[in-house]
Design a protein around this ligand. Structure first.
Ligand code: UGA
Length: 440
């Protein structure tokens, strides 16, 4: 259907860069993913994927075998001949003030700028503060650019664990640019997806930059809201799962992201909320709803600890607690801003001995959680434990033989902070079962 093959460079072989690079190749483009980490690029060339993302290894292998996906450490050598360069480098929060650290973005942009040989779209996929597109453009112009270019904002909305599907079947594609040539190029890049029905939202660059933050902060507000409603449900004797369904069927609210839990974490929501709060404060229009959600979410970890202590009969001192799940959510090995990083040290301070199991995150978690014993299986963690806590919604934990598990525990008490089990089933298995926002 008139599909054009474009030459694309992706800068950064991290989470976003690898997924975007492999998926852009799958759309039929010729993609080079560039990273300055020599070992990482060597591993990728051998088909070793440095991150845990379902399906990514197979996709990378297939696209590399088809000759559409290559890896390189040489950015300046890769840029000439490319029609678009996607910047997918990290923007971690600066420890001093929480502002997004733009160093990697600016360095990559400058190197790209020096290597341009014909009209090129410089596409910012990294999550960057509003106004960054303009700043990159100004800096490149100051370099005395060798060729014409346009800086485009094209935020990503990938969820870890579902990233390939999110890329290939997006709810929307957001493209921020006022440059007609760049817009046409972006439309050509994404044509297979828009032909399959994905809407393309063309807006200003600042509009696109805002959309990314506004979306993540809204989702975090939604989770925070249902978590507070869950607290209230516990007091009034209602079931938060029913409430979530009952409000979520209203399309103005929507059913998704209404799952109560131990509070949101991950590499995006906490960081993006801080960054948008900062921007808002700097402009004199503080985002009080977002500020409140951050505070409520922070306090929630302590509430979860108190809930666990109550379930243990008032004290966890000297008790062995089995912790099921360490990562910030299921389907990933990512520990960034995971609730476990706050909850587990607090439990240990209260004198608990912890034995944890996570299907994917133990290698990442071990150095971050000194004093926590890692168990080779959930059953190993549970055997002889005085209490168990489900912290991450891994399906493996729902599928566990809980009758057998209850029998191996010293006391069959389960605190399910993800409402993963059906309460009636849990009780039938002999567990004293505690969950979030559901009647005891
Ligand atoms: C999030 C967004 O969902 C993506 O759209 C966005 O592209 C990405 O950030 C990003 O900015 O890069 P992600 O951080 O992978 O994706 O994880 P989510 O699935 O959004 O979960 C975030 C946190 O909220 C997790 O701790 C999760 O357990 C929690 N959560 C999520 C809930 O407690 N309840 C819910 O109903 C949903």
């Amino acid at each position: 259907k008139g599909q054009t093959t474009l030459r694309i460079v992706v800068v950064g072989a991290g989470y976003v860069g690898l997924v975007s690079g492999a998926c852009l190749a799958a759309l039929g483009h010729e993609v080079t993913v560039v990273d300055r980490d020599v070992a990482r690029v060597a591993a990728l060339r051998d088909g070793i994927i440095p991150i845990h993302e379902p399906g990514l290894d197979v996709l990378v292998a297939a696209q590399a075998a088809a000759g559409r996906l290559a890896f390189s450490t040489e950015l300046s050598a890769s840029v000439p001949g490319a029609e678009a360069v996607f910047l997918c480098v990290g923007t971690p929060p600066r420890p001093e003030d929480g502002h997004a650290d733009m160093r990697h973005v600016m360095e990559a942009a400058a190197e790209v700028g020096r290597s341009l040989d014909g009209f090129t779209a410089i596409v910012v996929k990294s999550t960057v503060p509003v106004g960054t597109g303009e700043e990159i453009e100004a800096r490149l112009q100051a370099l005395g650019r060798p060729a014409a270019f346009a800086v485009v904002s094209n935020p990503e909305f990938l969820r870890e664990g579902a990233a390939i599907d999110d890329f290939m079947r997006p709810d929307r594609i957001v493209v921020g640019t006022q440059d007609a040539r760049a817009l046409a190029l972006m439309e050509a890049i994404y044509r297979p997806l828009t032909e399959a029905g994905a809407p393309l939202v063309a807006t200003s660059r600042r509009g696109a930059e805002m959309i990314k933050y506004a979306a993540n902060c809204f989702l975090a507000l939604k989770i925070t809201y249902i978590n507070e409603i869950a607290n209230l449900c516990e007091e009034v004797g209602a079931d938060v799962e029913d409430v979530a369904r009952g409000i979520g069927l209203d399309p103005r609210i929507g059913e998704r992201f209404l799952k109560a839990g131990p509070g949101f974490g991950g590499s995006c929501f906490p960081k993006d909320m801080l960054a948008l709060m900062k921007t808002a404060q700097d402009h004199g229009v503080p985002l009080r709803s977002v500020e409140t959600a951050v505070a409520v979410n922070d306090a929630r970890k302590g509430e979860m600890v108190r809930k666990i202590i109550r379930a243990a009969g008032g004290s966890v001192a000297g008790k062995t607690i089995a912790i099921l799940g360490l990562t910030f959510k299921a389907g990933t090995d990512d520990m960034r801003s995971a609730a476990s990083l706050v909850i587990l040290p607090q439990l240990m301070r209260h004198g608990a001995r912890l034995r944890a199991h996570d299907p994917a995150g133990m290698a990442q978690a071990a150095p971050l959680l000194p004093g926590v014993a890692m168990a080779p299986s959930a059953m190993d963690a549970l055997a002889g434990a005085d209490l168990a806590v489900i912290l991450t919604e891994w399906p493996d934990f729902a599928a566990l033989d809980w009758r057998a598990a209850a029998a191996t525990m010293a006391a069959p008490v389960l605190v399910d902070l993800r409402n993963l089990l059906d309460p009636a089933h849990a009780r039938a298995c002999g567990l004293a079962y505690h969950s979030i926002g559901r009647p005891l």
